[in-house]
Design a binder for this molecule. Structure first.
Ligand SMILES: [Zn+2]
Length: 108
């Protein structure tokens, strides 16, 4: 019953209020800086703070792009792997390869 009293015309007269959106980020430009800070051991929070990014924005970006864009795969038989020895993400030439090229070189 209550909502029958709602003024119907308000939706038409006022323009749709839009929350201010943050400017689109140029991730291609930001990514190297992120990678560098992370190599220096910065946490996501610290990385976001130094780059003036929202932590949520950064985390969402990392989730979306971490493995999808980090390493190019140019053959269908290649598999994304995390090295068993050093936890580095790498692209393996076959599904049975479990060590990154660096570690393979070290062990062979
Ligand atoms: Zn490794």
């Amino acid at each position: 019953m209550e909502y029958a009293h709602k003024p119907a015309q308000s939706a038409q007269t006022s323009p749709t209020p839009r929350p201010p959106r943050p400017p689109r980020l140029d991730w291609a430009a930001i990514a190297p800086a992120i990678a560098q800070l992370r190599r220096q051991g910065c946490s996501n929070r610290e990385t976001a703070r130094r780059l003036g990014l929202n932590i949520k924005t950064l985390e969402a970006h990392l989730r979306r792009h971490r493995l999808r864009n980090a390493l190019p795969m140019d053959r269908p038989d290649q598999v994304r792997r995390t090295c068993l020895n050093c936890d580095t993400a790498f692209v393996a030439d076959g599904r049975f390869l479990r060590l990154c090229p660096d570690c393979r070189a070290m062990f062979s």
